[in-house]
Design a protein around this ligand. Structure first.
Ligand SMILES: Nc1ncnc2c1ncn2[C@@H]1O[C@H](COP(=O)(O)OP(=O)(O)OP(=O)(O)O)[C@@H](O)[C@H]1O
Length: 260
């Protein structure tokens, strides 16, 4: 059902010691949205996602997924989530066939169905020929494609993607953008964290910028352009995070490199 609220975050706060990473996040996400979740290094993007996934505890505030508080002890909601972490631990000694069927079976899928889906998806992503090869022999991009496929095998309702196109070549990025647009059309919700601003600008139906523990911008790219100096998302990001020292820092960096 389009228009249905999938994710609701109310006054989410999280600290690590004296580091108050999230200082009251409020967010309402509707089915079918592609949220570009951006912010400077260390802003708390991964922390937010880990809390929603139930991997990170010790927060205050409330997180509701599919209408239920994730802290209510019922972990059934995790079956409806797909996740591509920024850094993933994959069992390198397995083949994609072994790994993906293992993941599928963890989700309670039938072996033959998951094997069929995994093989077809690998083929469509241009890596069908390494389906029976060990993951340890994969290139970076091949590994990334495997992670993307593994997050989608069980047909999740919501996808959390942390730098998902790391290592993908230009053609594969184009395929991936189409996959995301199609998933959103089918009513899937996508939460996309990345530093690659031109891709975020193009694929997101809504962009959320986290800075200093708070959401400092929330809207379509056009909204953000209207509220700020017109320009690319990269320029808006620079403006909203108050950053304009790149030239000076770059010069000083190279000066120090040249000291011998
Ligand atoms: N397990 C942890 N223990 C202590 N501090 C942590 C832990 N995890 C994250 N932090 C801190 O929380 C802050 C937010 O980290 P987080 O990984 O959420 O940022 P991010 O926005 O995803 O950054 P990046 O863009 O660099 O991936 C950082 O200051 C980080 O050092």
């Amino acid at each position: 059902m389009i228009g249905e609220e999938i994710l609701t975050i109310s006054n989410l706060q999280k600290s690590y010691g004296t580091n108050d990473v999230l200082q009251g996040i409020d967010l309402h996400v509707t089915r079918g949205e592609i949220i570009g979740y951006i912010g400077p290094n260390g802003a708390g993007k991964s922390t937010t996602v880990k809390i929603i996934l139930g991997i990170e505890e010790g927060y205050t505030g409330e997180v509701k997924l599919f209408g239920r508080d994730i802290a209510d002890g019922n972990i059934e909601y995790k079956r409806k989530i797909g996740y591509v972490p920024e850094i993933a631990e994959v069992y390198d000694n397995l083949t994609a066939h072994e790994y993906l069927t293992f993941i599928g079976e963890l989700y309670g899928m039938d072996f033959d169905l998951v094997d069929y889906k995994a093989k077809r998806l690998m083929e469509l992503f241009g890596v069908g020929e390494v389906y029976y090869s060990r993951i340890s022999s994969y290139s970076k991009g091949m590994r990334q494609k495997l992670l993307i496929i593994s997050s989608l095998l069980h047909n999740p309702e919501i996808l959390f993607l942390d730098e998902p196109i790391n290592g993908l070549d230009a053609n594969s990025v184009m395929i991936f953008k189409e996959i995301l647009a199609n998933l959103a059309e089918q009513g899937k919700t996508i939460f996309y964290s990345s530093h690659i601003m031109d891709v975020v600008e193009k694929i997101s139906s809504r962009i959320i910028l986290l800075n200093g523990g708070k959401i400092v911008a929330d809207g379509t790219f056009a909204d953000l352009q209207n509220q700020n100096k017109e320009g690319t998302l990269e320029e808006i990001f620079n403006q909203l995070t108050g950053f304009n020292e790149h030239k000076e820092i770059g010069e000083r960096f190279v000066t120090i490199v040249q000291e011998v």
